[in-house]
Design a protein around this ligand. Structure first.
Ligand code: SF4
Length: 315
């Protein structure tokens, strides 16, 4: 599998670029994700021309269009940052990223709930860092996360699914791009998508089926937007049980009563937190192989790569 290209706030990789000359090294990103990803580090504050060390800054003013100002002297760096961002976003477009991990709380890089100070000096935790906002506006479908949120297993698993799917999408676009290729892409993701949102399988299937009426670029754009929207829905053990029961339906008739019961016990035990998801998944894969279900064996859901497993479950 080729390495996944990810943008990352440079301080999370150990670069000493913060206002105080320090870094915010993140072990999971650098050492675990780093085995399978190619990073494109970005430090908006240093790259726009500010020194190290520098006076700390915060966001001030309107929540949706705040200014980037130094905390003590009140110097406004908003325009400096904006003029750098225009070229930087063009450069990042060429990097073919599959996602971005931002540093939380930063007035430049924070993606969620960054403090914005109103005229009364009281902070509201609803802002977005200047660069993170511009990035999301320019690349609205690219998966983005913050380092702290990746400690939450559900958010982490969702993000890993998204960047893996995005990476496969880029491969499809670059090496194939055909109508038949889209049918195969959709088919192989069927059960992974169902684990996120069963409705989305139908919606995406309709986009694929209608492709002969549209031009390919328009179909691909519609498909990708619906795909990333579907992956926003979190996978839960109950949704996984639903998917596993569907898969079991392919070879239910081939199983003895004992084998069926064993599989059901594993699936329910996983939902109850007694076994890892890999236990029922391994047995399902075994039966898919034994009863030669090519369609099932092609499913990314049933055949997660070693990289995917490590990224999702080893922090
Ligand atoms: S949070 Fe962003 S702007 Fe601040 S040091 Fe890290 S990369 Fe640079």
């Amino acid at each position: 599998m080729r390495k996944i290209r990810l943008g990352v706030s440079a301080c999370l990789l150990g670069q000493k670029v913060r206002y105080d000359g320090q870094h915010k090294f993140d072990h999971y990103i650098a050492d675990v994700l780093g085995q399978f990803a190619e990073f494109v580090p970005v430090c908006p504050e240093v790259e726009c021309g500010l020194p190290i060390p520098r006076e700390a800054m915060h966001l001030a003013g309107e929540i949706n269009s705040p200014r980037l100002v130094t905390i003590h002297t009140g110097i406004d760096h908003t325009e400096k940052m904006k003029s750098w961002m225009a070229d930087k976003l063009d450069d990042l477009e060429k990097e073919k990223l599959c996602g971005f991990i931002f540093k939380s709380k930063s007035p430049s890089s924070g993606r969620f709930n960054v403090k914005v100070f109103g005229a009364d000096g009281i902070p509201v935790h609803k802002g977005v860092g200047l660069f993170a906002r511009a990035f999301a506006e320019r690349f609205p479908l690219l998966p983005v996360e913050e380092e702290g949120r990746l400690n939450d297993s559900a958010l982490r698993e969702n993000f890993i699914d998204k960047i893996m799917v995005f990476s496969r999408w880029r491969e499809y676009e670059e090496n194939d791009g055909s109508a038949q290729g889209l049918v195969e892409f959709h088919s192989r993701h069927k059960y992974m998508l169902m684990a996120h949102s069963s409705d989305s399988v139908k919606t995406l299937g309709q986009i694929v089926a209608a492709q002969h009426r549209k031009n390919m670029t328009e179909t691909q754009n519609r498909y990708l937007a619906a795909l990333m929207n579907a992956l926003d829905y979190k996978v839960t053990p109950k949704k996984n049980r639903n998917v596993m029961m569907h898969i079991m339906g392919y070879f239910k008739k081939n199983l003895s009563a004992d084998e069926k019961q064993e599989l059901l016990d594993l699936i329910n035990g996983y939902v109850d937190g007694l076994f890892p998801m890999l236990s029922p998944l391994t047995l399902l894969r075994h039966y898919a192989r034994k009863y030669s279900s090519e369609f099932l064996l092609q499913q990314y859901y049933l055949n997660p790569s070693a990289e995917e497993l490590q990224l999702k479950y080893h922090v």
